[in-house]
Ligand binder design. Structure first.
Ligand code: ADP
Ligand code: MG
Length: 270
């Protein structure tokens, strides 16, 4: 259906925090996301699992507006993100509209991407001051509270090069949260970590799930962790959502052949 036929906004009684509506994404000839329909409810923790190259990172990157989609519309909080209303129809979103809707989304990547020339505290304060226009004092209070939450307040004045991978990743989570997102995206945030520090990062995510009403979308290779903390698990294969279910159903009683194969392959690898 042409984009002009999509709803200008979602009706109040059917308004998930995130909705992918018939979304496709190609790189040249290669279609990496295929007509994806996908909702994430407010406050829901959804994990995405699947083989390498199945499109998991791409799903997060297009939601973060780091990549443009070729078909369909993404809605956040009921409002279009990839598009904007104009004269009663949807047209591709311009930069300033997209920035405004996107401000409710935060993301942490596999590679810690802290600003190397800033301390942990300065990393957290930068966005709130520069982008949100908070005073230094407000940004300081907010950042200290978050650094405390992730157990990094003692290292507030250290530069990233003086921190371990796990510590950097915890600061990166605090920095993303300092922007007060409604939706947090995590892309394999533990994959680049030494095994002994994975736990300190997963503990922070666990705490977020338990104590905050954040909507979260997490790509992970840690099946046990996904099973533990998710409300729902989605298995991606070849750019499509092959199967989605509660963690116990998806891990305990997968329905699709590809899901079964993937889960038994990762089990053998452990
Ligand atoms: P996953 O995160 O599940 O491993 P990705 O979303 O990173 O998968 O990639 C999905 C597919 O898109 C892969 O085939 C990958 O090679 C391709 N791809 C990702 N980014 C690009 C890009 N910038 N240019 C071309 N192809 C890309
Ligand atoms: Mg990936």
């Amino acid at each position: 259906m042409p984009v002009t036929d999509y709803p200008l906004e979602l009706p109040p009684d059917d308004r998930p925090m995130v909705r992918f509506m018939n979304v496709s994404k190609s790189y040249g000839q290669l279609q990496v996301i295929k007509n994806l329909d996908f909702d994430v409810a407010e406050g829901e923790m959804v994990s995405i699992i699947g083989p390498s190259g199945s499109g998991k990172t791409t799903v997060l990157r297009i939601l973060m507006t780091l990549e443009k989609i070729n078909e369909g519309v993404i809605y956040v909080g009921g409002k279009p993100l990839t598009h904007m209303p104009q004269n009663g129809r949807l047209v591709p979103a311009n930069e300033s509209y997209q920035k405004q809707i996107r401000s409710s989304i935060g993301m942490c990547f596999q590679q810690f991407n802290l600003f190397p020339h800033m301390t942990a505290l300065q990393n957290c304060m930068e966005g709130p001051v520069q982008v949100l226009g908070l005073s230094k004092k407000e940004a300081l209070e907010r950042s200290e509270e978050l650094l405390r939450m992730v157990g990094m307040i003692d290292k507030r004045d250290q530069h990233p090069s003086r921190l371990s991978g796990g510590q950097q990743q915890r600061v990166a989570i605090a920095r993303a949260l300092a922007m007060r997102p409604k939706v947090m995206l995590f892309d394999e945030v533990t994959s680049a970590l030494d095994p002994e520090v994975i736990g300190e990062v997963t503990e922070v995510i666990r705490k977020l799930v338990a104590e905050h009403n954040l909507t979260m979308l997490m790509v992970t290779h840690q099946m046990g962790f996904a099973r533990d903390i998710s409300d729902r698990v989605c298995f991606f294969y070849g750019g499509s959502m092959e199967e989605e279910a509660s963690p116990d159903a998806l891990f305990g009683n997968p329905q699709r052949e590809r899901t079964k194969q993937f889960l038994s392959a990762v089990k053998e690898a452990v």
